[in-house]
Write a protein that binds this ligand. Structure first.
Ligand code: NAD
Length: 444
């Protein structure tokens, strides 16, 4: 199939490269020329394991351009994968509207049937009530009769995006009409084993939000329990959660007696909160959308509020030992919102660093992948970015672990090697609490 992908960010580029791997011919489009140039050279504009190899392997089936019109004219199906941020109390659909208008203008010149698929995360109703009317108005054609419309949310996780795209856990195909559904089926013909939910665009849009909000709810639930454990004293939330995980609902027993944990258990674990470009934004968007529709989202409001306060819990652990913070040398370990990515968007590390700096602490930081991004986020030298874990903690009074990078399993040894016994604050509860002294962890 000939496919254009409009928006060459995390979702657009991984989808484009993944679909090329499955044999489709792909044209990736982006408004940013630098991004397009990078893709042409086979260099992903962001860090994502396995993406470079995928781009190189499929170079003959994947091209990149800034020319959206040509991309639409030369393909059978377009995926809209532009950003949908939360701004001024609601979802910002500016980029989606712009691209929809541009596609419509191209469709005006096109004789063949074309299917437009929204892949961006958009609130229920957007595909039919915003995208479809814009396409009709700008193309002068009719949806269904002259072109197809569908919604196909993406569930990939940054840091595991290539694997998630190539081996998805589900395919949600929200199509308007049989012809659009058939086009989606053809697009995903290379994924025969994957379970499909064939539904309306509106339901497909809702599935994406419900799925993300469930994960955020599990995390905030764990953090609320962790905070209560800390307040009550004498209870380790790590043990509590291990006890919770062993429930038959989270750890099932196979016929041969083996016990296997469902992946949701990974979200039922205390930490310093969730971040990234999706979970916090999708949560806020659904809360605002529900409230606009007259349906107060009480549970999700609490989920968001707990998450926003979680960095304070981490800082309270530092203050327990260094009440003033001013002049305290703090090494922040991990800046990306999760391991495996260079993405700092809404990372809990940002409020943590900003509050430390505001309180007069001397902050060093190290992240295995996000150093370049960090230079953009903290440009004025308020944080000294280090190239190694050793350099970051060399003079530190406190090592504050924020991102669950595997490399940080070494932290106890690296701290011991300093010969000074700085405080270790484990914001992710990823290290054995007995592995190092002095140790503080969330929910201890
Ligand atoms: P992103 O910001 O990484 O990429 C968006 C890209 O679109 C940018 O490169 C931007 O330059 C380009 N763009 C914007 N306007 C354009 C225009 N008019 N023409 C051409 N290109 C344009 O965003 P992302 O993280 O890939 O997210 C895209 C959508 O997918 C969002 O709705 C997001 O919520 C959703 N999503 C993201 C993830 C994720 O993990 N990042 C996962 C699932 C779903």
């Amino acid at each position: 199939m000939l496919v254009s992908v409009l928006g060459t960010g995390y979702v657009g580029l991984v989808s484009g490269a993944g679909l090329a791997e499955k044999g489709h011919r792909i044209i990736c489009v982006d408004a940013e020329a630098a991004r397009v140039d990078a893709v042409r050279r086979g260099v992903p504009p962001f860090y994502e394991p396995g993406l470079r190899e995928l781009l190189v392997r499929n170079a003959d089936r994947l091209e990149a351009t800034t020319d959206l019109r040509r991309a639409v004219l030369e393909t059978d199906l377009s995926l809209i994968a532009v950003g949908t941020p939360f701004a001024n109390g609601q979802i910002d659909l500016d980029a989606v509207r712009t691209v929809a208008r541009q596609i419509g203008q191209a469709l005006r010149e096109k004789r063949d049937y074309h299917v437009v698929v929204v892949k961006s995360t958009v609130v229920p109703g957007t595909t039919e009530e915003v995208v479809l009317p814009l396409l009709e108005a700008t193309s002068g054609k009719r949806a269904g009769a002259d072109f197809g419309v569908a919604m196909n949310p993406e569930f990939l996780t940054e840091g595991e995006a290539v694997r998630d795209f190539l081996c998805p856990d589900r395919l949600v195909l929200g199509a308007l009409g049989a012809r659009s559904l058939a086009a989606l089926e053809e697009l995903y013909a290379g994924f025969p084993e994957v379970e499909r939910v064939r539904t309306t665009p509106r339901t497909a849009e809702m599935i994406k939000y419900a799925a993300n909000c469930l994960l955020g709810t599990a995390i905030s639930f764990s953090n609320e329990i962790a905070n209560l454990c800390s307040t009550l004293g004498g209870i380790d939330v790590g043990e509590v959660m291990r006890g919770v995980h062993l429930s038959k609902y989270l750890t099932s027993t196979t016929a041969d007696g083996r016990r296997t944990q469902v992946d949701l258990a990974a979200f039922l674990w205390a930490g310093c909160g969730f971040g990234g470009s999706c979970l916090p934004k999708d949560l806020r968007t659904l809360i605002a959308h529900g409230e606009r529709a007259g349906q107060p989202m009480r549970l999700l409001r609490a989920v968001a509020e707990i998450n926003e306060r979680q960095p304070d819990q981490v800082l309270a652990l530092v203050r327990k030992h260094f009440p003033a913070l001013a002049g305290t040398r703090v090494a922040v370990l991990g800046l990306a919102f999760r391991p495996g990515t260079s993405d700092l968007r809404e990372s809990p590390a940002i409020p943590i660093v900003r509050q430390l700096v505001a309180a007069g602490a001397c902050v060093t930081a190290y992240d295995p992948a996000a150093q370049d991004e960090a230079r953009r986020v903290f440009p004025d030298g308020e944080v000294r970015l280090c190239d190694t874990l050793e350099a970051a903690v060399a003079d530190a009074d406190v090592a504050l672990l924020v991102t669950r990078w595997e490399e940080f399993r070494r932290v106890p040894d690296v701290l011991r090697a300093t010969g000074r016994a700085p405080l270790l604050v484990d914001g992710r509860r990823m290290l054995e609490r007995t592995a190092y002294e002095p140790y503080e962890g969330i929910g201890l």
